[in-house]
Design a protein around this ligand. Structure first.
Ligand code: KE4
Length: 426
C-alpha cells in the first residue's frame, strides 16, 4: 500500500471524506486522492515521490506556477517580521492600491480570507446599499458555500450531484432567484416579476464550476443594462477569472464594468485571501463607515498580503504573462479541438485563455443543463488514464483546466499525446 492510501485510511477517520474540501476526495473518479508533499513550477510531487504535471494549480491561485521564487522570498521576509498583528499594516494599503491600479473600477475594497467570504460580504453590501433582499444567481455557477448561494451551485456541489445542500434553512434561500446561464429571457422574466426587489445579479463572467462555460454574445452586456435600468447591482464573481483572463480580469477582457467584484485565489498567491470591492458609494456602506457589518481576525494578514502582493505585482509588471497564457491555452485546447475533429469524435472543448474543459458530450455546453449531459463515467476513465500517465487534472467533469506561466510547449505536447492515446479507445 502506498503512503497516500495509508494517510487516506487515517484521514477519513478524522475529517469528513478525509479532506478539508469535498472535491479533493476524488469521489467522482472513485480513486484514492494523492496526498501531495511538495510542488514546484508546473509539477506536484506526492507522498510516494510520484511527480505529476499539474493542471489544477490549487484550483487557480498558482498562475505563475508553484513555489515561484519571487513569492517565496517575499513570504519568508514577511514571516520574519511576525505572522499576524490584528492591526492595520502598510501591506494592506499596498495591496488595495495595487488592485485599484490594475482594476480602476474597484475604487474601494475589503480584504477577507476566502472567495466564499468575499461573496457573502458582497451580497450583504449589495443588500445593505439597495435596501433590497433578492439576489439572482445562475444554475451551475458556484460562489462558495455561503447559505444563500447553495442553490443549484456548481463545483463540488454539482460534482456530488446534490443541487442543493442540507442544513440550509428555507429562509436563507427564499430570496435567491435562479436563472439558466446564457438565458436572457429567463433573467428578463425575473426582472419583470421582481425588478425593484432585486438587490443584485451575481455570476461568474465565465462559468468555470460546471466545467468552463462561456458567456454568449450580448449576455453580459444585457445583464449590465438590466441591472442599471432596475437599480440593481451587477456583481462579477471573479474568484477564478480575476487577474487570469487579463490583467484587469473579466471586466477588462469583456469591457464591462460590474458594480461589485469578488476576488480570491490569484490575489493570495497561494495563501488564504479573498476580497470584495467596487464603487466607493457602495463600499462605504460597510462597517465601520456604514451599517453593513463584516469583519475578520486574519483579514489582510501580513504574510498573506506578502504572497498576494508578490504574485499580483509580478503580473502587473509582466503583462507578457497573459500573452503566454493565451499561447499555451491555444496550443492545448486548440490541439484538443483538432484531435476531436480528426477522429470525428463528438466531444466538446470550451476554453478561454488559460481556462478550459473537455466535455464528454456531443451537445454544445452553454449552461448547467447541457453540462450535465456529459458522460461522467467516461470522464472517470479519462481522469484515471491521465493520472496514470503522470498528469494531474481536476477530479471532476465539472471543473476546469488551469494553465500557468510555468507550463511549457513540451508539457502541452506531452499532454496532447496522452489524450490522443486515451481517445483511441474512447
Ligand atoms: P473559496 O471559498 O473556496 O476560496 O472560493 C469560493 C469560490 C467562489 N467563487 C468562485 C467562482 C469559485 O470558483 C470558488 C471556489 N472554486 C472551487 C473550484 N471550483 C474551489 C475548490 C474547492 O472547493 O476545493
Amino acid at each position: 500500500m502506498g503512503r497516500s492510501e495509508e494517510l487516506f485510511q487515517e484521514a477519513v477517520t478524522l475529517m469528513p471524506g478525509g479532506v478539508n474540501s469535498p472535491v479533493r476526495a476524488f469521489g467522482s473518479v472513485g480513486m484514492t486522492p494523492r496526498f501531495i508533499a511538495s510542488a514546484e513550477g508546473a509539477y506536484l510531487t506526492d507522498v510516494d515521490g510520484k511527480r505529476y504535471l499539474d493542471y489544477v494549480g490549487s484550483w487557480g491561485p498558482m498562475i505563475l506556477g508553484h513555489a515561484h521564487p519571487v513569492v517565496l522570498e517575499k513570504v519568508a521576509e514577511a514571516c520574519r517580521k511576525g505572522l499576524s498583528f490584528g492591526a492595520a499594516t502598510e501591506a494592506e494599503v499596498d495591496m488595495a492600491r495595487l488592485i485599484h491600479q490594475m482594476v480602476p473600477s474597484v475604487e474601494m475594497m475589503r480584504m477577507v480570507n476566502s472567495g466564499t467570504e468575499a461573496v457573502m460580504s458582497a451580497i450583504r453590501a449589495a443588500r445593505g446599499f439597495t435596501g433590497r433582499d433578492k439576489i439572482v444567481k445562475f444554475e451551475g455557477c458556484y460562489h462558495g458555500h455561503t447559505d444563500a448561494m447553495l442553490v443549484k451551485a456548481g463545483s463540488g456541489v454539482m460534482t456530488a450531484g446534490v443541487p442543493d445542500s442540507s442544513g440550509v434553512p428555507k429562509g436563507a434561500t427564499q430570496d435567491t432567484l435562479l436563472a439558466a446561464y446564457n438565458d436572457l429571457a429567463g433573467v428578463e422574466q425575473l426582472f419583470d416579476k421582481y425588478g425593484k426587489e432585486i438587490a443584485a445579479v451575481i455570476l461568474e463572467p465565465v462559468g468555470a464550476n460546471m466545467g468552463v462555460v462561456l458567456p454568449e454574445k450580448g449576455f453580459l452586456e444585457r445583464l449590465r443594462r438590466l441591472c442599471t435600468d432596475n437599480g440593481s447591482l451587477l456583481i462579477f464573481d471573479e474568484v477564478i477569472t480575476g487577474f487570469r483572463l487579463a490583467r484587469g480580469g473579466a471586466q477588462e477582457y469583456f469591457g464591462i464594468t460590474a458594480d461589485l467584484v469578488t476576488y480570491g485565489k490569484i490575489i493570495g498567491g497561494g495563501m488564504p485571501v479573498g476580497a470584495y470591492g467596487g464603487r466607493r458609494e457602495i463600499m462605504e456602506v460597510v462597517s465601520p463607515v456604514g451599517s453593513v457589518y463584516q469583519a475578520g481576525t486574519l483579514s489582510g494578514n501580513p504574510v498573506a498580503m506578502a504572497a498576494g502582493l508578490a504574485q499580483l505585482g509580478y503580473l502587473n509588471e509582466h503583462p507578457e504573462v497573459y500573452a503566454r497564457l493565451e499561447e499555451l491555452g491555444e496550443r492545448l485546447f486548440g490541439g484538443m479541438e483538432e484531435m476531436l475533429e480528426e477522429r470525428k469524435l463528438p466531444f466538446r472543448v470550451n476554453h478561454i485563455g488559460s481556462l478550459g474543459s473537455l466535455f464528454f458530450t456531443s451537445e454544445p455546453v452553454r449552461d448547467y443543463t447541457s453540462a450535465k449531459t456529459a458522460d461522467t463515467a467516461l470522464f472517470k476513465e479519462y481522469f484515471r488514464h491521465m493520472l496514470e500517465a503522470g498528469i494531474y487534472l481536476a477530479p471532476s467533469q465539472f471543473e476546469a483546466i488551469f494553465l500557468s506561466a510555468a507550463h511549457t510547449d513540451e508539457n502541452i505536447d506531452f499532454t496532447l499525446d496522452v489524450i490522443r492515446d486515451f481517445l483511441k479507445s474512447a
